[in-house]
Every structure is written in C-alpha cells, then in structure tokens.
Ligand binder design. Structure first.
Ligand SMILES: *Cc1c(COP(=O)(O)O)cnc(C)c1O
Length: 445
C-alpha cells in the first residue's frame, strides 16, 4: 500500500480507502471492526474529534473563551470524557444530559443549560451542582427559575437566549433563529426580560446567547445574528446591566455530500474580527458546537442481509421494480434520513472487484416505508457485504431508539490502530428490563 494510492473521503480527514480497497478509520480496517464487534456498529475517529475541537480553540487562543460541546449531538460518556480533557464545557438540554456530564467527570461549572422546557426538578439539580449558566428561553422561565433559586437559597446565573430573527438558510426542522420558532425570546422583548432578571435577587445576569440553526454552511447568518445581539448588549449596558459573556451558539455545518462549510477557525476568526470592529472583543466568547465536533468523525457500519429486485432476483425483468439492499441497520439506529430526508453517503467497506454495480435503495428491516438509509445508490454488493454510512457521528446514535425491539448498536472509538469499545450492544433483556408482567390476579377472567 502506498499513501499516494489511498483515497480520502470528502469531509472525513481520518477515513480513507487504502490502496487495496479497504476502508479504514485511522489505521484500522472497518471490516476488522465489524468482525470483532458485530454490526450495526458506530465507529468514531478520536483524532477527528480532537482536531475539530482544537480548530475552535486555536482561533480563540489568548482570549477568554469556552467551547461548550452540545452533547445532544452524541452523548457517549467516553466522548464526553475525551472532550472534557480537551478543555470543553458542555451545552445540555436536559437533566439526563447533566447526569452524563457528571458521570463522565466533566465540570458542572463549565455547563450551560439550554432548552425551552426545563422542569423545576431539573433547575434545582443544576443549581445544586453549580452549572455555569442557564440559557433562559422564555419569560416565564425567568420567574420559575428565580423562584426555584430563592427556595433553595442559591443564585442562578442566567443568559437570555435571544431570537435574532435571522434565516440561517437551513432545513426548517433545524432552523431555530426565526420568529416563527419556539426557541428563545424575541429580540424586541429581550430588553424588558433582562430588566426583570436584573431586578430579581436570586438571579445574576452573566451573558447573552443565541443559536440560529444547524448545518449552517455560510458565515453571513452568524454575522447578522451577532450584529443583532450586539445592538442589544449596547442597549443593556447603557442601562447598567453588564453582559460579560457572548455565546453565539452552535450550528456550523459539515460535509455530507458536497457542502463546503467554513472551517471552524475561519468562522471564529470572522466573528472575532466583527467583535473588534464593534468594540466588543473584551468579552468572553462562547460557542456551543455539536455536529461540527463529531459529525464527520463517525461511521455507521452495517451488513447487507437480503437483496431484492431485478439486479438480484434472476428472472425478475419487471422494468418498474426497484432494487432493495436490506441491511442490518435501520431507522431506529439512524433517524436522519427518515426524519429529515437527509442524504448521507454510503460506501462499500471493502474491495468490490468482480461484483457488478447496480442502483439500490438501502433500507432497514423495520416495518415502516420510511425506514431507509439511502435511495438510488450505486453500489456493488452481495448478501453479507459490509457498507459504511458516512458522517454518522452526530445526531445518529444519540437519536437511536428501540423501535421494533431492536437493541441499540455498539460504539467503538478508534485511536490509531487500537479500538476501544465505548458502548456495548443492547441485548433483548436490556430492552425490557423495568417492564412488569401483570400479577396473575390482575389478568381477570
Ligand atoms: C442543538 C444545539 C446546539 C448544537 O447545534 P449543532 O448544529 O449541532 O452545532 C447548540 N446550542 C443549542 C441551544 C442547541 O439546541
């Protein structure tokens, strides 16, 4: 094998096809991973994750900053542990995610708590462990949080999530910065909400935040949002309400197909340039990236179980018939195609010499027509072939379910030529633990 003959996959700095046609994550053949750990299997590159965080932090070096990884993208404990060691804080959206931070050894003092529907129990727990900041998303949350803090004798640090009403140019389900979204507080209400927060003794205003959407591939919506936020900051400080930190959220896109999002350090540099022009560069700058940290670091490995259609069934000459490649991963493992119609790359894991390529719909075995991973893909496959779904590090395993009583996949972290099992495959017993049969007397009859 020579380095020259190997082929890097778009957007995936640590996944390549070697000269013999074998797909590798870092130094390991994915076929070996599938044999050792079974399929479906999520495999992540440690180097890709570490490098993506370092791109943000490199551009922020020398100034007060915090990169809070938005862990809903992928909340595996080992990944959180790795990211904490890289100096990340965390953006959480539930009490469950807070417990994950603690279980991974993360510092609650570097956690920002987002989400439109925080319960009082979640607020109390977050106050108890001392989160850095509550990103408040509604006027009533201000009142409820102040009450919970007062009741427990604590002071809640708050930032108001401002909805800057800018269009991030992304899919409607993942756009969050428009007036019509449920997220944040409308720009024209924000001043009043800050006045109220500043007047409540159990709250301390520490910053301002926004998050305008996901899979954003342009810098300009970020600059528009920042301008709107800075207008507010200036108005607030004229009234004597200090805003020490600016949290510009997450949302930076990745390459699924041919998208060319800015690099994280280019985005950060552009924002810093804008802050300098407007005289705000002294503030602590915070980010909440999720997808751009883990998205292109992960693959989903899955095996073809059954092939159907004219390309496979001898004698089937129906010109309308589709070819289906039914694999052992399904919508319960990977929701993005079913939920957003998302396109994700699918490639063969090993050499395909001698196999004729055909056009396939790659689908799972779940009893739903929406259960597909990719449509009209040209692949050379036979039953048992191993395939890899690309860009599957974010919003993939973290959205997995047990629909059809399917255990969730195992996860491995690849580091050079070593692989660590970071999550075991679920067994049927895991799935119904906690369920109770009726006592015989309750069956009636
Ligand atoms: C989901 C989310 C993020 C992360 O978004 P990505 O597109 O994954 O970077 C950041 N902040 C908040 C408040 C979120 O809800």
């Amino acid at each position: 094998m020579t380095a020259d003959a190997s082929l890097h996959l778009p957007g995936h700095p640590h996944v390549h096809r070697d000269a013999d046609g074998h797909l590798r994550v870092e130094g390991l053949r994915v076929e070996q991973l599938a044999e050792r750990f079974g399929t479906p299997l999520y495999a992540y590159s440690r180097a890709a994750i570490v490098e993506s965080v370092r791109a943000y932090r490199r551009a922020l070096a020398g100034r007060d900053h915090l990169v809070c990884y938005a862990m809903k993208a992928n909340s595996n404990l080992a990944l959180l542990q790795l990211l904490a060691a890289e100096g990340c804080g965390f953006d959480i959206v539930s009490g469950g995610e807070l417990e994950r931070v603690l279980a991974a050894g993360g510092d609650p003092g570097r956690v920002v708590f987002s989400g439109v529907g925080k319960t009082e129990a979640e607020m109390a727990r977050a106050l108890e462990v001392g989160v850095l900041c509550f990103n408040v998303e509604s006027e009533s949350e201000i009142e409820r949080l102040a009450e919970v803090a007062a009741r427990t004798g604590r002071v809640a640090r708050v930032s108001v999530r401002v909805n800057p009403d800018v269009d991030a140019g992304t899919h409607p389900y993942i756009s969050t910065g428009l007036k019509s979204n449920k997220f944040g507080i409308a720009h024209d209400r924000a001043l009043e909400v800050y006045r109220r927060a500043a007047a409540l003794p159990s709250l301390q205003v520490v910053g301002i935040d926004c998050h305008i959407g996901s899979q954003i591939t342009d810098i300009s919506p970020y600059l528009d949002a920042l301008d709107r936020v800075l207008d507010l900051v200036e108005a607030l400080e004229r009234e004597g309400i200090r805003i020490p930190h600016l949290d510009v959220g997450g949302g930076l896109g990745i390459t699924y197909r041919d998208e060319a999002p800015p690099a994280a350090d280019a985005l950060v540099a552009a924002l810093i340039g804008h802050l300098e022009r407007r005289g705000h560069a002294h503030r602590t700058l915070m980010f909440e990236p999720g997808r751009s940290i883990v998205g292109n670091a992960g693959l989903l490995l899955t095996r073809a179980v059954v092939l159907k259609g004219p390309a496979h069934d001898t004698g089937n000459v129906d010109p309308q018939a589709k070819n289906f490649c039914i694999v052992d991963a399904a919508m319960n493992d990977l929701m993005r195609p079913a939920m957003y119609g998302a396109w994700m790359g699918i490639v063969e894991a090993g050499p395909t010499a001698g196999l004729p390529p055909a056009t396939w719909d790659v689908v799972g075995p779940v009893c739903e027509s929406g259960d597909w991973l990719g449509r009209d893909r040209v692949l050379a496959v036979k039953p048992g072939s191993l395939l890899a779904v690309l860009s599957a590090g974010a919003y993939a395993m973290s959205m997995a379910s047990n629909y059809n009583t399917r255990g969730r996949a195992a996860e491995v972290l690849v580091d050079g030529d070593r692989a660590w099992l970071i999550r075991e495959r679920e067994t049927p017993l895991d799935l119904f633990r906690g369920e109770h049969l009726l006592e015989p007397g309750a069956l009636g009859g």
